[in-house]
Write a protein that binds this ligand. Structure first.
Ligand code: HEC
Length: 179
């Protein structure tokens, strides 16, 4: 075999070995479709989706899931935090939410309704009302700090588990995490 031929053979073999592995690890990097049933929860669903992509998806992923990275999982579980007035407020007091550069509270309410009702899937308790601009304007004044956040989250997750039948894994930042 010439050097060239053996290089091609080696490259082909390498390709055959690595391609399936790469394919398996390929992230699902498309935003989810916005279900018709939840469109009325937002004034402008498309803007809410693009605001999430710009401001949040860099950390949380376009679908609200970052497995295997160690960040709280939003997908199919964030809605449990709509269980009590306090745990709703927690979502609006999160540092990255309260300090968002969106100054228009209607727009931020839309973004958070996208997070809860689209990315959260069916996790919001039945009958949950969407966030309003007034609620956002009020709660964002009380931004949590990273010091207060962890204990507050655990307390509210326990409430959702006891009052709204959230799964026990809600105590964890993501199912299977060590904390
Ligand atoms: C720089 C990375 C980063 C960005 C940007 C970011 N977050 Fe987060 N988010 C985190 C981290 C880290 C946590 C865990 C709590 C903490 O340490 O603040 C978190 C926690 C959360 C939680 C709580 C989940 C739970 O189970 O308690 C929600 C909801 C959330 N973020 C939504 C958002 C939204 C909405 C945006 C955009 C406005 C956003 N985040 C932007 C990193 C980020």
């Amino acid at each position: 075999m010439t050097i060239r031929a053996s290089l091609i053979a080696a490259a082909t073999l390498l390709g055959a070995l690595t391609l399936p592995a790469l394919h398996a690890a390929e992230p699902d990097n498309h935003s989810p479709d916005i279900p018709e049933a939840v469109r009325p929860m937002m004034e402008d669903p498309e803007l809410a989706q693009s605001d999430f992509i710009e401001q949040c998806a860099g950390c949380h992923g376009v679908r609200g899931s970052t497995v295997p990275a160690h960040l709280p999982e939003i997908k199919d579980r964030v809605g449990w935090f709509m269980c009590t007035p306090e745990s709703r407020a927690y979502l609006l007091r999160l540092p990255n939410v309260a300090h968002s550069r969106l100054t228009d509270n209607h727009q931020l309410a839309d973004l958070m309704n996208y997070v809860v009702f689209v990315l959260g899937g069916k996790s919001a308790p039945a009958g949950t009302k969407p966030f309003t601009a007034e609620e956002v304007a009020h709660e964002r004044q009380f931004a949590l700090t990273s010091v207060s956040l962890k204990a507050e989250r655990l307390r509210l997750a326990n409430d959702a588990i006891h009052k709204c039948r959230a799964p026990a894994s809600l105590r964890l930042q993501y199912p299977g995490s060590a904390q």
